[in-house]
Design a protein around this ligand. Sequence first.
Ligand code: NAD
Length: 479
Amino acid sequence: MKHYKQFINGQFVDSKSTSGIEILNPCTEEIISTIPTGTEEDANNALESAKSAQPAWASLPAIKRASFLHNMATVIRKNRVFLAETLSKEQAKVIGLAQIEIDVTADYFDYNAGWARRIEGEIIQSDREKEHIYLHKVPIGVAVGICPWNFPFFVMARKVAASLVTGNTCVIKPSSEAPNTIMEFADLIQKIELPAGVLNFVCGSGRTVGNALCKSPITGIISLTGSVGAGQQIISAAAENITKVSLELGGKAPAIVCADANMDLALNSIVASKVIFSGQVCNCAERVYVEDSIYDEFVEKLTVKMQQVTVEDALTGIDADMSSLVSKSQIDKISEMVAFAKKEGAEVLVGGKRHEKFAKGYFYEPTLLTNCTQDMQIIQEEVFGPVLPVMKFNTLDEAIAMSNDCQYGLTSSIFSENFNNIMQATNNLQFGETYVNREHFEAIQGFHAGWKKSGIGGADGKHGMEEYLQTRVVYAKYY
Ligand code: NAD
């Protein structure tokens, strides 16, 4: 069993706390590692080390900084199987999907390295004679990245790659539910001779370590991927120093299926978007609206598809569709939400309870609910599990209104063969992302950003990289 330490200033160091947090394999409930509980002092030491390293890092040519990102990609690829197994074991991600996460993370470092020669300012025409207005894009300083447990490795890269290529240094706090793969990465990057302090990893709770990172005057930008509740607390902590925040929070993605949709495509895409990583994905289809005239046929076929979803141990069930949920608290929350939906009148067509096949672990059955109404908790609140509630609509206007009637605004989708329907939906859905005739999943060159309570700012592509830059304007007068 591994005991991870804090990674500060290029070295693994003991935490100032002596206690540890146990990490379980969710499929077996066995303890597989420990991380430090973490203290405010650990957080502050990591910030101090990032602050000291930042001026020299920013003064390197961007292409030199990019070379370290390429080296990170290489080291990940060389250790891709080990990292995928570590990831699969700590958070019950089916091994095939875990491997995809590791491989895409390597690509993400390479992709962001590509921005090195494209961080561009502007020269603006002045109203005065003999004057240029120069707009420079400069690093903010120290970036803090706070990670969730669901795609911990990829989300870590979202924060590290974009902050480092732009000349910031970085402190990462992994989630205490799934820190192992990130801490193994900390070990691996010791081989690439990254200057000490450029990248630091501190483990611990959000309340202590996370809060200390967010309220420090050293922190220039906080990038959180997590729940709305954590986002709200981080905004409060950031208020003290007016620190910039970039928040990628929860979602409640609607999938709209029109009568003219390619039904098989819609069924396959929606089921894929629901069962990937057991529904614990922020962009997952969380509610389905189906046009009245095809509702019965669609639900009948969806019932069969949900019954066919296979559930296995994440590491050994190579071809399984899904596995255990991440933790006891997650399965308890989902069980309570489904019980409450039933009490409010929902009918369970498939699943609706813990999976009886497994004596250990947090396995929940793929679940299909009908007879739901718009005001129910199961339609309004993020479930973050393999539970799919389905409702009917009569007109597309009504489906769009029901989709928008929600506090979240992350992802959405429409299935239709009619151009006018697609244009109406993509122009009126109040979501940062809309997928047309495909499953919910973003691309690294896009821009992943939530509207409403789903967040502020965003990640990926050019705009995600620019989150880590601030603008200096110089009015240069000459004679
Ligand atoms: P969480 O909010 O419980 O924790 C996320 C991280 O925030 C953890 O590292 C946690 O320790 C830290 N944290 C919690 N409170 C904090 C505080 N007061 N100060 C500083 N840090 C604090 O979320 P989770 O359970 O790890 O992840 C699931 C949530 O993340 C879901 O709501 C999901 O939709 C969301 N998510 C969003 C995206 C996106 O891109 N929008 C991606 C993945 C997950």
